[in-house]
Design a protein around this ligand. Structure first.
Ligand code: PHE
Length: 350
């Protein structure tokens, strides 16, 4: 074997021993690099005659090509090996059963709300919302609630930072503040009609949302859900309240013989006021009276705070407990179950 064949042979060997692409590049430099063996051989030709240069040069070139071919072959081999290793590491067993993704569903209180929105929607009620952090004005004062009303005490209401001196902000204790918030917006929207002495479109809206009170036992949670109703127009009477709420309850509970009782009561923001009780004629609760809402004709002072003339505009409002409606509909006896997030309880509603 001549010197060039030996060189090619040793290059092949070194390449074969290179286990990684980096090793291979180092080995390459030894043969084909600027200071590599092949370059040295080329430089060594300087002293040769033209004739000798031709043959020697051709022979060196052949050796160089052979080394390059060996290099490329090894490169390819290393690449293939790497790919194989990667495929093996990331192997998927396509015959394994798929991972189950449990079907989600709506919370029972959301189901109740959807139902309520559907029923009131069919009677022409829009849906409005308001903030859970409320000002003293909207939660109490605008609703004609006097300074010394027990609902304003620390025992009943979660007060928070912010607000004005003597009138701190709070977590709304009911959805009623949205009565005024919504009406004020409505009035603003129809300002031109009102200024021209014309009639504005009626306000007919329900307001679902979270509410907060300092209260906690099997039937009271510090956070609970209410749904407010408000209907204001020029000829809306207490009779309309009875018709609307009776139709709603009978549809909601799918019970045409459900009996409602409007029991005289007091709220600062309605006059007259009534608690609404229902009585099922069948089933486990048959015969018992169950309180489901507060209601009444909107107080003239509240109508005024809405920006309307109480001599001309009149209507009714009601506020019901969404959680209570959900408990009654599904026969749940502990309110706290709704907020524990226990999947065994919640999945029963899907
Ligand atoms: N806001 C009252 C409550 O939370 C309910 C109510 C609403 C009463 C509207 C009358 C009119 O108890």
């Amino acid at each position: 074997m001549n010197e060039l064949d030996l060189l090619v042979e040793s290059a092949r060997e070194q390449f074969a021993h290179s286990a990684t692409p980096a090793d291979l590049e180092n080995a390459k430099a030894q043969f084909l690099g600027k200071a590599g063996r092949v370059t040295e051989l080329m430089k060594g030709m300087a002293q040769l005659s033209v004739e000798e240069k031709k043959t020697r040069g051709a022979a060196i070139n052949l050796a160089k090509q052979a080394i390059e071919a060996a290099l490329n072959e090894r490169r390819q081999a290393l690449q293939d090996a790497q790919l194989q290793a990667q495929l093996k590491a990331e192997a998927l067993d396509v015959t394994l059963p798929g991972r189950q993704r449990g079907a989600g569903g709506l919370h029972p209180v959301s189901l109740t709300l959807e139902r309520i929105q559907g029923i009131f929607g069919s009677m022409g009620f829009d849906v409005a919302e308001g903030p859970e952090i409320e000002t003293d004005w909207f939660n109490f004062t605008a609703l004609n609630t006097p300074e010394d009303h027990p609902a304003r005490s620390m025992h009943d209401t979660f007060y928070i930072e912010g607000g004005t001196p003597g009138a701190p902000n709070l977590l709304r204790t009911h959805t009623s503040p949205v009565q005024v918030r919504h009406a004020v917006q409505h009035v603003k929207q129809h300002r031109a009609l009102l200024d021209a002495g014309q009639s504005m479109p009626e306000i007919r809206v329900i307001v679902p949302g979270r509410t907060y009170r300092v209260d906690s036992d099997a039937t009271h949670s510090p956070m609970f859900h209410q749904c407010e109703g408000l209907w204001i127009g020029e000829n809306v009477s207490f009779k309309d309240l009875k018709v609307v709420f009776t139709a709603f309850c009978r549809t909601f509970f799918e019970s045409d013989d459900l009996v409602l009782r409007f029991r005289p009561s007091f709220f600062p923001f309605t006059e007259p006021s009534a608690e609404i009780d229902i009585q099922f004629q069948d089933g486990p609760l048959a015969g018992r009276w169950l309180e489901v809402a507060g209601s009444g004709q909107v107080h003239p002072n509240v109508v005024r705070n809405m920006g309307l003339d109480p001599e001309r505009y009149i209507g009714f409002a009601f506020g019901m407990g969404l959680d209570r409606f959900t408990m009654l509909r599904y026969g749940v006896n502990d309110l706290r179950l709704f907020f524990d997030g226990d999947i065994r309880f919640l999945s029963q509603f899907q």
